[in-house]
Design a protein around this ligand. Structure first.
Ligand code: HSE
Length: 313
């Protein structure tokens, strides 16, 4: 058995427009890295956190990575000691599933270190515990894609029912992260408790349309279905210039554009890399009009999930 491991887990786009809390997909970058070692003392300790400007808790009971690993160890009845270094390589409060990436990298690393007692799908509830500590709610639309890779539907939470949806090979995602922060907890508080029936009908038609479009590689259907009439209109107010950034993406050839998770990052889908790059620049230009700097990430859907970076080193 190994004594240490280094794992990368990627960012993810939650909701994917119409699928609030039920859709998410993994991207190739950015993401977080965890270095994990077996320790002599039992329990979970966070020995180092970098890339967070000192903002994340080092206490393993408060840190999303520590909580996820502790829940995993308790479940498998292990008394092993685990030491975690967490290297944040993506922005906090960005809507890119930052807390999920940390929890996923940590729980995946612990499972590998302890000889792989659980399957990836079985690790999901423990990564979700990390999400609960980070934002008060154990939603899975970031942790599930980050852990399993690909585009994921969370059909049910009780019991957990998670399904991977195939996506077209040429599908590209552009993410633009404006340098402002939105706390998921706050972005969830402003959501309506009830929605009109006509909005519900539109929304569930779009979720079915999006899944069908993905499975049939029907880009036009994907584009028509990337509409959120429930959450986006409420959260758009939190993102300066939201509608002009969205228009810039669509004008540059995006199939659709919406908020990534709870924002402020915005994502757009397109059918080739060149268009995806162009969309990124157009969206960045629209944020610049609002005097907001931003970072662009372009990638395909990440089908692989977490990577063991120590395997070949
Ligand atoms: N589905 C969650 C939300 C994702 O939109 O609140 C948070 O990243």
């Amino acid at each position: 058995m190994k004594n240490s491991i280094k794992v990368f887990a990627s960012a993810s786009v939650g909701n994917v427009a119409c699928g609030f809390d039920v859709f998410g997909f993994a991207v190739e970058e950015p993401g977080d890295e965890v270095v994990m070692r077996l320790a002599n003392e039992p329990g979970v300790a966070i020995s180092k956190v970098t890339g967070d400007d000192g903002r994340l808790p080092n206490s393993s009971a408060k840190n999303t990575a520590g909580v996820a690993v502790k829940a995993f160890l308790d479940h498998i009845g292990s008394k092993k000691g685990i030491e975690i270094e967490l290297h944040k390589k993506m922005p906090l409060g960005s809507g890119l599933g930052s807390s999920a990436a940390s929890a996923v990298a940590a729980v995946f690393a612990a499972n590998e270190l302890l000889g792989h007692p659980l399957s990836r799908k079985e690790l999901l509830p423990f990564a979700m515990e990390g999400e609960r500590i980070a934002c008060g709610d154990a939603h899975a639309d970031n942790v599930a894609p980050s852990l399993l890779g690909g585009f994921v539907l969370i059909r049910g939470y009780d019991p957990l029912d998670v399904i991977k949806i195939p996506t077209p090979q040429d599908l590209f995602c552009t993410i633009v992260h404006p340098h402002i922060e939105i706390r998921t907890e706050e972005a969830r508080k402003i959501l309506p408790k009830n929605i009109p029936m006509k909005d519900a009908i539109q929304q569930w038609a779009n979720t079915a349309g999006l899944v069908t479009g993905m499975m049939q590689s029907d880009f036009d259907l994907i584009g028509r279905s990337l509409q959120d009439v429930v959450v986006e209109p409420v959260r758009a107010k939190l993102i300066p210039g939201f509608y002009s950034v969205k228009k810039a993406a669509l004008d540059a050839g995006a199939l659709g554009c919406s908020i990534s998770g709870s924002g402020p990052s915005m994502f757009a889908l397109s059918k080739n890399g060149e268009t995806a790059e162009k969309i990124g620049l157009a969206m960045q230009g629209a944020f610049a009009q609002e005097k907001i700097e931003s970072t662009i990430y372009v990638s395909r859907i990440n089908e692989e999930g977490p990577r063991d970076l120590s395997r070949n080193s």
